[in-house]
Design a protein around this ligand. Structure first.
Ligand code: ZN
Length: 214
């Protein structure tokens, strides 16, 4: 949603409801963990009213544990916190589950996958940042592919059910390679909202085909 027109949230969600998108990804930024500020609980709650799809809320905020109940109330179905922002990550994951949400942990580009070794069984999702978080429309970091492979190996070895989500610079050129590397969920902002036909862009992302008409 970060790349969408915020003055037309309801229209955008109507379009997404009719598309093959599985989830709605909401980037919450606080101006502290990342330089940018986006939106918080009231906007997430407003989105919830207009969507038929699960809300995938990505908290790029310090002290995310303070806001778990608020985001549950706002309607988040998946709640992802940053490892770098969580001092007591294991407890935070438990709190997310206590509020009946799926729990995700996100890793910045500099954070190694093996830092999740002692909590991977507890996780429903691991979000790998494939750009430095803070703004939409950034260039994809190539090291992401080897990170996915390391994470996939860890997930299989520990018998974890965690999905691998990739966020940042996902487009119609790298989508297939990301899924082949082991990604389960692709977040797309600009690729969808800069397209002439966003529904068609989502179709191509989903089916791992390229938009030959664009
Ligand atoms: Zn995100």
């Amino acid at each position: 949603m970060l790349s969408s027109d915020f003055s037309r949230i309801a229209e955008t969600l109507d379009m997404l409801n009719k598309s093959e998108a599985d989830w709605i990804h909401c980037d919450v930024m606080d101006g502290r963990f990342v330089p940018n500020i986006t939106f918080g609980m009231p906007v997430v709650a407003a989105m919830k009213k207009h969507t038929t799809k699960p809300l995938d809320v990505h908290l790029m905020i310090v002290e995310p544990e303070k806001y778990i109940a608020d985001f549950a109330k706002a309607g988040a179905d998946w709640l992802t916190v940053h490892l770098e922002a969580s001092t007591h990550l294991h407890r935070t994951i438990q709190q997310i589950h206590q509020h009946q949400m799926k729990a995700g942990v996100s890793l910045n580009p500099h954070t190694g996958v093996m830092q999740l070794e002692d909590c991977i069984e507890e996780l429903d999702l691991v979000l790998i940042m494939s750009v430095n978080p803070g703004f939409g429309g950034q260039r994809f970091i190539e090291n992401t592919y080897s990170k996915i492979a390391t994470l996939k190996e860890l997930i299989l070895r520990r018998n974890s059910k965690a999905l691998i989500e990739i966020d940042g610079g996902v487009d119609l050129h790298n989508h297939k390679r990301l899924v082949e590397a082991g990604a389960d969920v692709l977040v797309a902002g600009n690729t969808v909202f800069s397209a002439k036909n966003p529904v068609e862009a989502i179709y191509h992302l989903k089916h791992l085909t390229q938009n030959i008409t664009a």
